[in-house]
Every structure is written in C-alpha cells, then in structure tokens.
Write a protein that binds this ligand. Structure first.
Ligand code: 13P
Length: 249
C-alpha cells in the first residue's frame, strides 16, 4: 500500500503561505508515499493550480452531504473536486465539537464524497476523560460503526481512517507507542470485520502532535500507514522531514 502524509492547515493560511507549497513540491518532487495538504477553502483552487503536475495532492477539510442547494456557507463534494481537491477530511474532532457533527452526519458526508470520487479521510478519537475512564476502544469502535460508509466504494484506497486522540491535538502530548499500536490494530480488526479482507489495504493515519522528532518511531508501528499533521504541516521546513520519514518507513 502507498502510505499517506497528510497536512491539515485548519483555519490557517493566507495567500503569502502558498510559497510553502512551492517549497514542498521542490523538496519532494517524487516521494515514495502520497503527499497531501488540506488548506482552508479560500486557498484551495490556487494551491491546486500550483500543485498541478506535481506529487502534491490537495484536499478539503469538510464538505456537505448534499450535491447542491440552499446551504449557505457549505461546500459540496463536487465543488471540492471542481476546485482541484482529490481528498476530503471528514468528522475532525474540531468539527464534531465546534459544529455539532454527529457520526450520522459524518457517515452521510463520507458516502457523498466517495460517490463523487473523493478520498474520504474519516477522523475518530477519544477525549482525555474517555481515555482515563478506560473507554478508548469502545469510543473508537462506536465512532467507526457510526461514521464510516456502508461500503468500501471501489478501492480500499478511497477510504482512510485517521486516529486522532483529542487530547493529543495541538498539545505536544502523544499517546505512548504501545497505545497508538493498540488502537491502530483495533481499528484494522474492526475494518476487516466490517468490509472484509480488502480493508487490510486501507490506510490508517495517526494524528496528534506529530512532528519530525517523533514521526519515525510512530511510522514504525504496525498498522500506522501515515499521518494527519496539523501545526507541523504549515511550514515546509517542518512537514518535509515528516514526509521523508514516512517514505523511508
Ligand atoms: P496537530 O498536529 O497540530 O496536533 O493537529 C493534529 C490534527 O488535528 C490534524 O488533523
């Protein structure tokens, strides 16, 4: 399987920051893994134009489940694709918390994204209180059951699961390597039970305070097939070494 180094710029990035993309393309003209940046929507089409013909792929950070219509402020999967996106992040914990997204709404979005040919990156993750209460695997299992589309679309590559412990996002804290490995193998087992053997080929990303200094150890774990990186994806100097570590893993 081809691993995936994905950057989530969240609500960061102005026109001037497109220069980081040019540097990233120069740093990794042909990496031995997929390389993706998900910018804010305001930069998406310009970033896609700069990335055209390069190894860098571009994604959205959310989409609506409907194809079009009276949904002020929302963007459809087809609009993302039209703007040059190949991927979309769905059900990020920040959207679940800030916008009340539910497993059911994430599932509908994922199905709509798949139907239009976008790769859906569905995020799951426990809060610190849930981890402390010992319910991490139960929480992840329930999020997977409710958020993932009913079928695997045409190819396992088209659906990606990102495990992002909420308490590790933007905090500089990460689970232990054993804890990451435990959750990733649980996710793999759950996906195989749900979708069959093809789910062995789905990419499982870890996200939450990934940086150049911890990337190689995380990428060495079984069933970690890449990363979803927030803060360390904003600058080429921080993200390029993470891509290098993944390509070498
Ligand atoms: P950080 O890498 O900044 O912790 O963010 C992770 C994340 O939420 C990516 O989607």
């Amino acid at each position: 399987m081809r691993k995936l180094a994905a950057g989530n710029w969240k609500m960061n990035g102005m026109s001037v920051d497109l220069a980081e993309i040019a540097k990233l393309i120069d740093a990794h003209p042909a990496p031995d893994c997929d390389m993706l940046i998900c910018p804010p929507t305001t930069l998406l089409s310009r970033m896609a134009e700069r990335a055209a013909g390069s190894a860098l792929q571009i994604g959205g950070q959310d989409c609506h489940a409907a194809g079009n219509g009276a949904h002020t402020g929302d963007i459809s999967p087809a609009m993302l694709k039209d703007a040059g996106a190949s991927h979309v992040i769905l059900g990020h914990s920040e959207r679940r918390a800030d916008h009340g997204e539910t497993d059911a709404s994430v599932q509908a979005k994922a199905a709509a994204a798949q139907a239009i040919g976008l790769v859906a990156i569905v995020c799951v993750g426990e809060t610190e209180a849930q981890r402390d209460a010992g319910t991490t695997l139960a929480v992840i299992g329930s999020q997977l059951a409710g958020s993932l589309p009913a079928t695997l679309a045409t190819v396992p590559d088209a659906l990606v699961v990102a495990y992002e412990p909420v308490w590790a996002i933007g905090t500089g804290r990460t689970p232990t390597l054993d804890e990451i490995a435990e959750v990733h193998s649980f996710i793999r087992d759950t996906l195989v039970k749900r979708y069959g053997a093809a789910a062995q080929e789905m990419r499982l990303l870890y996200g939450g305070s990934v940086k150049a200094s911890n990337a190689a150890a995380i990428f060495a774990l079984p069933h970690v097939n890449g990363a979803l990186v927030g803060g360390a994806s904003l600058k080429c100097a921080d993200f390029a070494p993470i891509v290098t570590a993944l390509a070498a893993s």
